[in-house]
Design a protein. Sequence first.
Length: 256
Amino acid sequence: MKKLNFLQHASTEEKEVAEKLLQTISFVENRNTVTKYLTNFEQIILERIVAYNYSDFKIEFFGGFSGAERKKAKIISNEYYDVDYDIVCLKAKFNNKFNKIEHRNILGAIHNLGINFNRFGDIIVLENEVYIFVDEDIADVIAMEFTKAGRVNLNFERIDLTDVSIEKKYEDFEIVSSSLRLDSLVAKITNKSRSKVKEFLEQDLIKLNHVIVRNGEKNCALEDVISIRKYGRFVVKEFKQNKKSLKFRITISKLV
């Protein structure tokens, strides 16, 4: 295994993920490969691995649609031929007048199927539709066996990726903060004290741009993504500083 020089000062979590990726992903000269689905964090670490340890390779990510979070990586060594991502989108409709499906219902049903979660991409639950992105070679099995989530019967069918149209919904709200520090923003978003936010940080409950952070002193920038366990995911969209009070009025978008 190559030495991970770029991780000398990284967290234990970053080192563990990097080592796991190197054990499961092949970097072979003149051969292109595609990984299983990766989390945002794994994508970040893999980009660093390629940049620092395999500079002759290129890397691309795709999850089946624009805006996907869980994506496969294509490791490119030979640009004269291509390999397919082998991603299939399964879609099911349900009557939302009498039934309600939540993301956790779909996760639970997938868990019961006994299939490794790295074979699944994003799971999108809309008002009356469910989209699941899966590996090509298990798509038919999933469509046949995944027939129920909670009390709701589902009939999944393949749809072409070019026909997928998914728009994530966000709700905007404003907070006022004396600084752009992460801990200050989290305190305002959650309506908790700075001491409570410190506990959140110590318990690894907060991520900034998909990476766990334990120090809340870092200043946030526009389009930074703050993930707070049990509270949701938030994006810093805009901020203005009052010239007199020097406080910041910050627009936050919450993924709903």
